[in-house]
Design a protein around this ligand. Structure first.
Ligand SMILES: [Fe+2]
Length: 613
């Protein structure tokens, strides 16, 4: 049976597909074996016809979950979307069954604890000790449930999730309300002195104060301040908090000089604002950009193009994310509204508002982005004692760049060769022009901003490397990290369950936290993004194995690509082994990370190579 007909048959008669089909590539057009660039195709007429067919049958529909990338439609587009949904459904069924088993067990633990969570320790122990082992067998990240009250933990979290962190400038000195005397007690210097010594850093989530845009959850039971915070480098270059301001109601500034409960609550309140930012940033900056590039490629590149083969590989299951989000997460009163304080409407507005910036291409290259915020310099050196996010991510990007350099060198001897590849030229043009058609015009969709104008060898390597990095960046924010680290309780609730205090002196933090039932719902929801089975599959569906599947490699006749894939697998596996070996050392800090918890979110031997939901 021809391949397309076979897939259509499967889609027509089943809601889920078997594991064998899951491992096939995502081609739709023909039974292509090996790839070749357009100018070397022995049958250019047939190829032209094939590209025209793809162009006419992969169309742009309105965006989903805010206005960012268009969504596929047309015959091929709809088939891709249906296939992706079915691929996700298999994973979903497995993780849901695991979560149900875990929830049955954790309910018993809560009953044994008198049916409630009375203390902060109850959150860390009853909710997690020997729990969630089916859905999250790697258990919570080391230190995450025991060291969260430390200021070095809170500062360290900025260095593993630095999405909003930047080096402070003059205007940031007033971001919190702190006297010279207080600052000196905490940091040994005034804010002005820290600023002029380049030792002051900031996070500012005041934009969340606009409740007409960041509409509160329709459950009306959760709260969160649009917090801002200043951080400073101490004399050992550790990043520590100077203070947090709520920017709402009494507009209190909290500092480490406050009573323990007040200060801990302030950090929890900051986390509520920060995690909204991070989670919806991930939707804007990773999924949408990756999909936009793939969509443009589907309309301009032949299925036989080597770049198409890579994009298809990386976009396995990609078109399930937004429909699943629409149906199950960001639907009115859905999982998002149930668990987080800013509503799904606020999420959509965030995506629309920030698509031109967080979705921009070149400004978000890993180093370019961090450099623009003063977190690394042009040589890649950071001001921090250690910068775990940069250490892991820059190494991953280096390995990706090495692979794509060999890959592009294999197919193009010169920039002239790239310029002569009319499919690549059309792809660049299509990405820059953005989606067209009556469906998207009414929605006013805009293209991915700042995509390079002209393809050269270097630019192609940059583009493929950044596109591949986006898949990885995704997993530093979504997938397995929230359940194990970034959103563990009690330090990272989805919202406060009592209004932001109007005065200091809270007696207990527990009333601000989700109760036992809401905590289980929250952790269960976070666990649904985890894909622990991927690393045990054969072959594993992990980042390390991105380019080493036999079916993928069968498409490349050139031994250079096979060699590059082997090298990539080895280098990524080495990083994975290093990641696996992290532990809390005798000094209380994680191995080579300098923070009191182990950040392992970017483990190439665990995270998928593609966007999982
Ligand atoms: Fe995601």
């Amino acid at each position: 049976m021809p391949r397309l007909a076979f897939i259509s048959f499967l889609l027509a008669c089943s809601t889920s597909i078997n594991a064998a089909v899951l491992n096939t590539r995502q081609s739709d057009s023909n039974a292509t074996t090996t790839v070749t660039i357009s100018q070397r195709d022995v049958d250019p007429a047939a190829r032209k016809k094939e590209v025209a067919y793809r162009h006419d049958n992969f169309l742009y529909n309105v965006s989903q979950i805010g206005n960012a990338a268009a969504f596929p439609m047309g015959k091929i587009g709809e088939e891709r979307v249906a296939l992706a949904w079915d691929q996700w459904q298999v994973d979903r069924n497995i993780i849901t069954a695991d979560i149900q088993k875990d929830i049955a067990q954790i309910k018993q633990a809560i009953i044994a604890n008198n049916g409630t969570l009375k203390t902060l320790d109850d959150y860390a122990t009853v909710l997690y000790k020997d729990q969630w082992l089916n859905a999250s067998p790697l258990k919570p990240a080391l230190g995450s449930l025991t060291n969260y009250t430390l200021d070095s933990f809170f500062g360290g979290e900025r260095l593993v999730r630095p999405y909003s962190l930047y080096k402070a400038t003059d205007k940031d000195a007033k971001l919190i309300d702190i006297s010279d005397e207080e600052a000196k007690k905490i940091a040994g210097s005034t804010v002005a002195e820290l600023l002029s010594a380049n030792r002051l850093f900031a996070v500012d989530h005041t934009y969340q104060a606009d409740q007409s845009t960041y509409v509160p959850s329709q459950f009306n039971d959760k709260y969160g301040p649009p917090a801002s915070a200043l951080f400073y480098l101490d004399d050992k270059n550790d990043l520590l908090p100077l203070g947090i301001r709520t920017n709402v109601g009494a507009n209190l500034t909290y500092t480490p000089l406050d009573e323990g409960n007040d200060w801990l609550l302030a950090k929890i309140m900051f986390n509520v604002a920060d995690q909204f930012h991070n989670q919806i940033y991930h939707l804007t900056a990773t999924h949408n950009v990756g999909e936009a590039l793939h969509e443009a490629a589907m309309r301009t590149l032949s299925d036989k193009h080597p770049v198409m083969a890579v994009l298809d590989r990386l976009n396995y299951q990609a078109y399930s994310s937004r429909p699943v989000g629409e149906a199950l997460c960001f639907n009115p009163m859905g999982h998002w509204d149930e668990n987080f304080h800013i509503s799904q409407i606020g999420c959509r507005n965030f995506v629309t508002k920030h698509w031109p910036t967080f979705g921009a291409f070149e400004p978000n290259y890993l180093q370019t982005d961090l450099q623009s915020r003063g977190l690394v310099d042009e040589s890649g050196k950071s001001p921090f004692k250690q910068f775990p996010f940069w250490d892991d991510s820059s190494e991953i990007v280096r390995i990706q760049r090495e692979f794509f350099t060999s890959f592009i060198d294999t197919y193009y001897k010169s920039d002239h060769d790239v310029a002569a590849d009319h499919e690549v030229c059309a792809w660049f043009k299509e990405v820059r022009r953005g989606p067209t058609g009556p469906e998207v015009e009414g929605q006013g969709l805009t293209p991915v901003a700042s995509f390079p104008e002209k393809a050269t060898k270097k630019v192609l390597i940059d583009v493929l490397t950044h596109n591949a990095w986006l898949q990885v960046a995704h997993h530093s924010l979504n997938a397995g990290d929230p359940v194990r680290s970034s959103l563990t309780l009690p330090f990272h609730p989805g919202g406060l369950y009592k209004p932001v205090p109007e005065a200091k002196g809270v007696e207990s933090i527990v009333p601000f936290l989700p109760n036992a039932t809401a905590s289980i719902t929250y952790i269960g929801f976070l666990a649904s993004f985890n894909r622990p089975r991927y690393r045990t599959m054969d072959p594993p569906r992990t980042l390390a194995h991105a380019y080493s599947g036999t079916e993928f490699l069968a498409r490349f006749a050139e031994k250079e690509v096979h060699n590059a894939a082997d090298k990539y697998l080895e280098a990524m596996s080495n990083l994975g082994a290093k990641n696996d070996a992290r532990k809390i050392e005798e000094n209380g800090m994680c191995t080579e990370q300098g923070i009191p918890f182990c950040w392992t979110a970017l483990n190439p031997s665990y995270i998928p190579w593609f966007f999982s939901v």
